[in-house]
Design a protein around this ligand. Structure first.
Ligand SMILES: NC(=O)c1ccc[n+]([C@@H]2O[C@H](COP(=O)([O-])OP(=O)(O)OC[C@H]3O[C@@H](n4cnc5c(N)ncnc54)[C@H](OP(=O)(O)O)[C@@H]3O)[C@@H](O)[C@H]2O)c1
Length: 298
């Protein structure tokens, strides 16, 4: 889809972090943005920015973990914003734990928000896109889906699933006019879930900015790119790509490099520093009963 102006774009996880930067980039492209997340306050703040940049905005407060409510969400979007041209599955959570310490509810929550909600939304919007022979889906994955992250293993599994599902669906969608892209940011500094942990990024891993991820999303849509790695600069991104390929063949070599970079040690620190994540999780659970989506104005 070479032109984003005037397209209706659903962006999940629009209330904070990287989602805000994607919303700004879409606003500059003059898209109509439907921002979805649980925080009405966050959505309202983004609404003001999007409008100031010349974009159109509809914010919908919705808990994506409630998969059975997603048909209502899509129906509401169709009613208030028209058919969905572009879907960006950006919402995500991570919970750092030793694997055996995860609760069943935490396993379900990570996999549902990071993987199943994007699948379900795509399943619901694809028939219309296929009828129109146009549309695009963007899945925000992670380098953690390319090489397992110790003490964040369920997040890694969710992102690996997202990548492999995108890869398979892209082949199904060939020649339909509907595109699909996966974006794999490495560590993002300054904004977002990694910055929120307050634990430094491993030296030598490279770090990108949320704005780089947003630019990659716009490029991926316009050029129908299959998979994009976003890291510090194009050279670091190319090195990451090469290393991920080598580690597919020699996984123990990858383990050694991660150990040397201190990935596991830093993630163990994140277990201690993630009280805010636990809070987000309990907020998510307490909102299970609040299923009636609330819209705010365009
Ligand atoms: N930050 C990084 O370094 C990094 C690196 C690689 C990949 N990524 C990926 O980039 C994406 C965005 O991450 P981020 O860093 O911006 O994270 P973030 O700052 O924690 O923001 C997460 C977004 O997801 C939304 N969300 C979470 N649970 C939700 C639910 N149940 N229903 C609806 N919305 C929900 C949050 O909104 P509410 O809380 O208001 O619901 C928020 O808008 C994620 O998919 C993440 O895995 C991030």
């Amino acid at each position: 889809m070479t032109i984003i102006a005037g397209q209706t774009v659903v962006l999940t996880g629009a209330s904070r972090g990287i989602g805000v930067f994607i919303a700004r980039a879409l606003a500059k492209e003059k898209a109509t943005i439907v921002g979805v997340s649980r925080s009405a306050e966050g959505l309202d703040q983004v609404s003001a920015e999007v409008k100031a940049l010349g974009g159109r905005w509809l914010g919908i407060k919705h808990d994506l973990s409630q998969l059975e409510d997603l048909p209502n969400l899509v129906q509401q979007i169709n009613q208030f914003a028209g058919p969905i041209d572009i879907l960006i599955n950006n919402a995500g959570i991570e919970i750092y734990r030793k694997f055996q310490d995860y609760s069943t509810a935490e396993l379900q929550s990570i996999l549902t928000i990071n993987l199943l909600s994007g699948m379900e939304l795509s399943r619901l919007v694809l028939p219309k896109m296929l009828d129109q022979r146009r549309g695009h889906i963007v899945n925000i994955a992670s380098l953690a889906g390319k090489k397992g992250n110790p003490y964040n293993s369920v997040y890694s599994a969710s992102k690996a699933g997202l990548l492999m599902w995108t890869d398979a669906l892209r082949q199904e969608l060939a020649d339909t006019g509907v595109g699909i892209s996966a974006i794999c940011p490495g560590y993002v500094s300054g904004q977002g879930m990694i910055a929120d942990t307050g634990v430094p990024i491993p030296k030598l891993a490279g770090a990108s900015q949320a704005d780089d991820v947003a630019k990659a999303v716009i490029r991926a849509i316009k050029q129908n790119q299959a998979e994009v790695i976003v890291n510090q600069d194009p050279i670091t991104a190319s090195i990451s790509k090469l290393l991920m390929a080598v580690w597919q063949v020699f996984p123990e070599f990858g383990d050694t490099v991660y150990h040397w970079m201190g990935v596991g040690k830093l993630n163990q620190l994140r277990i201690e520093n993630q009280k805010h994540v636990a809070l987000k999780f309990s907020e998510s659970k307490s909102m299970v009963t609040a299923t009636t989506p609330k819209t705010n104005e365009r």
